[in-house]
Design a protein around this ligand. Structure first.
Ligand code: FES
Length: 132
């Protein structure tokens, strides 16, 4: 196996793995970047999304050999805890309180995201003076 070079979050890295290895596995298991998540593994859910040369791509279906020499940006590459990217800051600002409040609720049915959206919608309606 030949090493493959790619640019991850602005740094050139060299990875020795089979060319068919999904980029998601490379990011998580070889480079320790756990911000990119595994969901369906079938390019359906989008939770493994990264930027490849500034274009959104589902990393679970992207083979290492197809990203050789390309620039990959993961969530870790968008900002830092001290200087979060505006997107990260928006998520922190909008969801932190709701996520904290629901922390004890462990979703086993897969509807966690829909529950968060419903709580956000309710908060918006109530914030606009809506009633039940
Ligand atoms: S893990 Fe679901 S699209 Fe990649």
């Amino acid at each position: 196996m030949q090493p493959t070079s790619l640019i991850v979050n602005g740094s050139t890295v060299s990875v020795t793995a089979d060319g068919d290895t999904p980029l998601l596995d490379i990011l998580r298991n070889h480079l320790g970047l756990f911000g990119t998540k595994f969901g369906c593994g079938q390019e359906q859910c989008g939770c493994c999304m990264v930027l490849v040369d500034d274009r959104p791509e589902k990393s679970c279906g992207k083979a290492l050999s197809t990203v050789a020499g390309k620039a990959i940006t993961t969530i870790e590459g968008l900002g830092t805890p001290d200087r979060p990217h505006p997107l990260q800051q928006a998520f922190l600002d909008e969801q932190a309180e709701i996520a904290e409040a629901l922390d004890d609720n462990i979703c086993r049915c897969g509807s966690h995201v829909r529950i968060l959206r419903a709580v956000e919608r309710a908060a918006r309606v109530l914030g606009e003076g809506g009633t039940r």
